[in-house]
Design a protein around this ligand. Structure first.
Ligand SMILES: [Mn+2]
Length: 384
């Protein structure tokens, strides 16, 4: 007979898209290894937070690591860290990057006893009696999941706290990454549904009938497509009569972040002024040694002013600074067309690509024209 345990607040941490051992193919080898080390360190910091905040249940909604066969360093780290949180229960729902496959880390059963890994595409319920909780989850068993894990299912309504942990592509019909319509989340009716797969976090949202759900976002951004400070959600379920009330808070964890900044250069014609504006933006946003910053220049600039193409990020106290030139040179086409000097010749030779090329070709041609005109005008064609 199951005893009716006294209800107490339950603390939950929702994470996912951690991508340990990510290849970081965009970075140079020495930097990518440093980033992998940094990600393992961030993971360890998250585990310290779990101990410090006395978290009861950790939901890892998939893509914990970045391949079916994780490195031995990471496997050892996972086992050690999870074992050190002995009183906490971990639930892992394998995603498309860390599917449950024979011979993989999950199937080998080398994770400590307090870890439950979902192993079936079928929605599975695991009771946690000590927490008055049922955790529901599913697994990717390959890089694809072409079903609808929550379709037609309902959470058990027996007064227990109900949680979902899963890797899914919410609201994308016919997705190959587990199709979960928002209406399925509402109909299922869990108190909190923890999702991963999208790397940008979403606010905690009510799908309907108080069924909350969120994407936690990735723990560490890996490119400019994953901007912001990565982290996890801390969720507290507080007994509320026969039901539970949910409170959530964001826990920032990342050691590095990617940020994208747009800078309008209209009216600017010196590198010094550009440097001043970048410096001001860096200060205003609190970017520092943890920041990979991409600055996109926009607006219209004089045709003979060479917008800097590269800059030393460390001089601005940044990890790395990348400049992207999307400005339009305000050259006088009608004048250049008739210009019989080498300037006109340069313009005419670039004209087909300036007008008929692909967007990339047009941008490259505009840049070539600008550099050429700048050089011919005796202006510096240098970096910031
Ligand atoms: Mn994924």
């Amino acid at each position: 007979m199951v005893e009716n345990r006294e209800k107490r607040p339950i603390r939950i941490l929702h994470t996912g898209d951690i991508h340990l051992d990510s290849p970081f193919s965009r970075l140079r080898p020495e930097k990518s290894e440093a980033r992998r080390r940094e990600m393992r360190a961030t993971f360890s910091r998250m585990m310290a937070l779990i101990r410090e905040r006395e978290v009861d249940i950790v939901l890892i909604a998939g893509d914990l690591f970045d391949s079916e066969f994780v490195t031995s360093v990471t496997a050892a780290l996972l086992a050690k860290e999870m074992e050190a949180c002995g009183s906490c229960r971990f639930f892992i729902s394998p995603g498309n990057h860390d599917p449950y496959v024979g011979g993989g880390l999950y199937a080998l059963g080398r994770l400590p006893k307090n870890v439950t890994v979902f192993s079936s595409e079928e929605l599975t319920a695991v009771p946690v009696p000590a927490c008055n909780t049922n955790v529901y989850g599913w697994a990717f068993t390959s890089a694809r999941y072409e079903g609808m894990p929550l379709s037609g299912k309902r959470a058990k309504k027996d007064g227990s706290l109900t949680l979902v942990c899963g890797h899914a592509d919410i609201g994308v019909p016919l997705t190959k990454y587990a199709d979960v319509p928002i209406s399925d989340i509402a109909a299922f009716g869990a108190h909190y549904a923890a999702f991963a797969h999208r790397h940008i976090p979403t606010p905690v949202t009510d799908a309907g009938n108080g069924a909350l759900y969120a994407y936690c976002g990735c723990m560490e951004g890996r490119s400019f497509d994953e901007p912001g400070i990565g982290g996890a959600y801390l969720v507290t379920a507080i007994p509320d009569g026969e039901d539970w009330r949910i409170e959530t808070e964001r826990a920032p964890l990342a050691q590095s972040r990617y940020e994208v900044l747009s800078l309008d250069l209209t009216g600017v014609d010196t590198a010094a002024e550009i440097a001043r504006r970048i410096r001001a933006a860096v200060e205003e946003n609190g970017y520092g040694e943890d920041t990979f910053l991409r600055v996109i220049f926009t607006g219209a600039t004089p045709p003979d002013f060479a917008v800097p193409a590269a800059a030393d990020g460390s001089a601005l106290g940044l990890y790395e600074l990348e400049l992207v030139d999307h400005t339009t040179p305000t050259f006088d086409a009608a004048f250049l067309e008739k210009d019989m000097t080498v300037r006109g010749e340069l313009y005419r030779s670039l004209l087909p690509r300036l007008t008929e090329g692909s967007p990339e070709e047009r941008a490259a041609a505009a840049r070539a024209l600008r550099m050429g005109l700048a050089a011919l005008a005796g202006n510096d064609v240098t970096t910031l």
